[in-house]
Every structure is written in structure tokens, then in C-alpha cells.
Design a protein around this ligand. Structure first.
Ligand code: ATP
Ligand code: MG
Length: 444
């Protein structure tokens, strides 16, 4: 009932011909049964890593101490891992030692959820010892064995449970959920990198709103307490009919499944709890929340060890998510310059998502205004209007030839010229700019 790619079959039969057992295992079996295209095919085998290496021409020692060797066939790599038990766990994090075993069943038992603990090869068919197929049909995320024990071994599994629920649209088994509520504090001991991986997979899934389940079970209080503050922050004003937290969740559902966009929507109002003031009429205001949100986003992303480029993009988008450019060609050119040519299209998506998640009563008017900005932006692209230094027809070198010395003064002249060009693109012309440059330099 499962179609295994030819190369995966080749690896399995090579191992079998040498007298070892080998199966496709885990996520790929689950996805294949669901009729989804598996991201990658993992293989589990009774052969030791060295026995695997001896059978294939090109291999990479991906994690040989954990039993994993990558077998290269052409440009494609396949992870082949020796059957193993995880031994004793230390500190809710990592098995103290990895023990290889000859038993497929033992290897399946160490896996996290029933739907991830199935193996398949063409000779034996599906090996499903924990009713993974039943849980796939029912749409349930259930631990293999005793949930509390499994989460005590590795606390990250709690977050993985919600991540798989979000990816597959499944619900958590009651005992599994109960165990999370009890053991969520153990997530503190899990490394930031592993949490980052699961959080991103959850956010870019078809159901980012399932973050609410991580909140209900108390997991966000441990790994993302700033979100709990948003859930507790009501916002009574004409723009909002939901708490900051619920608005956040809705806004994530309004952008495409892209890491930077979903992270931006997650963080875009995180500063509101701190910025909130209530006027005499009981209306809530959040002046300056963009700046606080930006700082919080930067802190959280650094804490979770995100890369610098992701941090830069998300911070910038959070800080400008509420910008409203003047709806004129020059106004939008100024905004593109400020926000950046790379991020402006994303800013438009962020704006739209934010509006869509606000009070429906104010939506039409705001969308109409955003539409005007979008049209003006498209016009700018079409005309190739200059909005950055790079697009100016002169450079610092040209100014130096005209006798303006290198240094901060030169930078200032350039930036003033750019301002003038942004106001009127026709000024992006060499003679005019050089004359203007001298004028600006003399006046300084
Ligand atoms: P994805 O599509 O996200 O790759 P996946 O099921 O392949 O989903 P991985 O994190 O790649 O998930 O892990 C591969 C397999 O290894 C899982 O299906 C599961 O059987 C096992 N596994 C991974 N992490 C754990 C863990 N923390 N505890 C127990 N088993 C795990
Ligand atoms: Mg995988």
C-alpha cells in the first residue's frame, strides 16, 4: 500500500542481500500512508554503521555515534540508522548512551508517537505495533507507551506533539495532553535550537492557531511567556474585537506559511501589554508598541538562537508593521526606502494580515487604503523609480572627482541627493545631481 522510491528500495535490498533487516521508518511511512509526499526517507536497519558503510560506495558519517550514516546515491542522500534503544535519559534531554539492538520492535518503541513508529519494506509490508494506522485514521497524536514516561525521557516531545497536531490537523490524545500539563516545566531544560526547530514547524504549518494548545497546556508560559502576556491583554478600542493574543493567532492565519511572515505576525503586537494605557472613556491605547514589540522580538529570537538574517528581517517588519505611508507616489517611495526594497512586499502582506485580523467594521476602509499603497508600489517597480543609493546614477566616486572629499560629509551629501531624487525621480540625472551636490557641499 506504500510506494517506496526506487533508490530507497535499492538501499533496503542491498542491506537485505547482505543478510540484514532494513525498513523505511518514521515520518516517511506516516506521510506515505496519509498520501503526502514525505520530506525525506529514513531507513532503519539491523546492520551496524560500519556494516552499512562497507556496503555502499559513498557514505557520510552524519551521526555515527548515534548510529546514523548517510548513504549517497547520485546527488541524493538517505539517512540509514542502526536499530537502537535510547538507554537511560539524562535531564529530560538526551539519552546518556545509545545502545544498538537487533530488534526492530525495540527501535520502534523508543520513537515518540504511534504515527511515527511504523516501519515498512516490500518483503514484510507494514510493521505497526502500536496501532499507528488506527491513530492516523482517528487523527490522534498519542505517545508510544506511557506518555508521562516518554515526556520525562525527552521534554521536547511535548512541543513536538502540538507541532504534529498542527501539521496534520490532528488532536492530542487525552492522556498525552494531561501529561504535558504536568510536565511542561521540563521544557526549560531543552536546548534553544531544538525548541526553535519545533516552533518554526508549528508556525509554518497549516494550523498555526494550534499555538493555542501550547498555551492551554502551559507550554508557552515556559518557552514563550510573552505570548501569555498577550493572551491576558484585552484591547478595547474601535480597531479590535479580540485580546492581543487572539488577534495575534488570527493574524498568523492570514499570511502565507512563510517563516519570516509567521514570526512577524506572532511578534507584531507583543509590546502591547507594556504599552497599554486606558483613557477616561475606557478606550485602550498602545502608543509606541511597535518599538517595544521589535525589542521583544529581537530578544526572543536571540534567546531561541535564530540566525541574524531572520532576526533582522523580523525585527524590521515588526517595527514597521503599523507604518502608514502617505498615499502619494513620493510617500510610497519614501516608505520603500525606509522599509527596504527586499522587505516592502512582505510589509504589504503583514499590513493586510493585520487588517484582516482586526475588527471587521474598520476593515473595508483600511483595505482600500492599503490597495492604493500597493498600486503605487507596483507603479514604482514598473517605472524603476530610484528609491535606494544603489539606483542613483551617481556614486560617491563621482562626487570625489568633483572635489568633495571622502568621509562622513560625502555620505551626507549622497543621502540628501537621494532624498531629492525620491521626491522627484526625474532628478536622477547626472548633471543635475553633480551641480546639486556641489551646492549642498558648499552650504555645509
Ligand atoms: P518531519 O516531516 O518534520 O521531518 P518526522 O516524523 O520525520 O517529521 P523528525 O524530527 O525528522 O520527524 O524525526 C524522524 C523520526 O524520528 C520521527 O518520525 C520519530 O520516529 C523519531 N523521532 C524524532 N525525534 C524524536 C524524539 N524527540 N523522540 C522520539 N522519537 C523521535
Ligand atoms: Mg524527518
Amino acid at each position: 500500500q506504500i510506494e517506496i522510491p526506487e533508490k530507497v528500495n535499492r538501499i533496503i535490498s542491498t542491506l537485505a542481500a547482505a543478510g540484514y533487516e532494513a525498513y523505511a521508518v518514521g515520518g516517511c511511512v506516516r506521510d506515505a500512508l496519509l498520501g503526502r509526499e514525505p520530506a525525506d526517507w529514513d531507513i532503519t536497519t539491523s546492520a551496524s554503521p560500519y556494516q552499512v558503510k562497507a556496503l555502499f560506495a559513498r557514505t557520510i558519517d552524519t551521526g555515527i555515534q548515534h548510529g546514523t550514516v548517510t548513504v549517497m546515491l547520485g546527488k541524493e542522500g538517505f539517512e540509514v540508522t542502526t536499530y537502537r534503544l535510547d538507554g537511560e535519559y539524562e535531564d529530560c534531554r538526551h539519552p546518556k548512551e545509545v545502545v544498538f539492538t537487533k530488534s526492530l520492535l525495540e527501535d520502534l518503541k523508543r520513537r515518540d508517537f504511534t504515527i511515527n513508529a511504523m516501519a515498512y519494506n516490500e518483503e514484510r509490508g507494514l510493521v505497526d505495533e502500536f496501532d499507528g494506522v488506527g491513530d492516523l485514521k482517528r487523527g490522534i497524536i498519542r505517545c508510544v507507551g506511557e506518555a508521562r514516561e516518554r515526556f520525562q525521557e525527552d521534554a521536547l516531545r511535548m512541543l513536538r506533539a502540538v507541532r504534529f497536531a498542527a501539521q496534520l490537523g490532528f488532536v492530542l490524545d487525552e492522556q498525552t495532553k494531561q501529561a504535558i500539563c504536568e510536565l511542561r516545566e521540563n521544557l526549560r531544560k531543552v536546548s534553544a535550537e531544538r525548541i526553535q526547530t519545533e516552533l518554526v514547524k508549528l508556525l509554518v504549518s497549516p494550523h498555526p492557531e494550534r499555538l493555542l494548545e501550547a498555551w492551554e497546556t502551559g507550554m508557552t508560559a515556559v518557552v514563550l511567556p510573552e505570548f501569555d502576556a498577550c493572551m491576558a491583554c484585552e484591547q478595547n478600542n474601535p480597531h479590535h474585537s479580540y485580546s492581543v493574543g487572539v488577534h495575534t493567532i488570527k493574524s498568523m492565519g492570514e499570511v502565507e506559511a512563510d517563516k519570516v511572515l509567521r514570526l512577524t505576525m506572532l511578534f507584531h503586537d507583543f509590546g502591547k501589554p507594556q504599552a497599554k494605557t486606558t483613557d477616561a472613556n475606557g478606550i485602550d491605547h498602545f502608543r509606541g508598541h511597535q518599538k517595544i514589540s521589535e525589542e521583544l522580538a529581537g530578544g526572543i529570537l536571540r534567546r531561541l538562537k535564530f540566525d541574524n538574517e531572520t532576526i533582522r528581517q523580523v525585527k524590521k517588519l515588526v517595527s514597521c508593521h503599523d507604518d502608514h505611508p502617505a498615499r502619494t507616489p513620493a510617500g510610497v517611495r519614501r516608505a520603500v526606502n525606509r522599509i527596504g526594497t527586499d522587505l516592502f512586499p512582505m510589509y504589504l502582506k503583514v499590513q493586510r494580515a493585520d487588517i484582516m485580523a482586526q475588527n471587521p467594521a474598520t476593515r473595508e476602509d483600511k483595505l482600500a487604503k492599503l490597495y492604493v499603497v500597493t498600486e503605487l508600489y507596483e507603479q514604482i517597480l514598473k517605472e524603476k523609480d530610484c528609491v535606494t543609493l544603489k539606483q542613483m546614477v551617481i556614486t560617491g566616486r563621482d562626487l570625489m572627482m568633483e572635489g568633495i572629499p571622502a568621509g562622513p560629509g560625502l555620505g551626507e551629501v549622497l543621502s540628501k541627493l537621494l532624498d531629492l531624487v525620491i521626491e522627484d525621480p526625474k532628478r536622477n540625472e547626472k548633471t543635475w545631481l553633480l551641480a546639486k551636490a556641489k551646492e549642498i557641499y558648499k552650504a555645509s
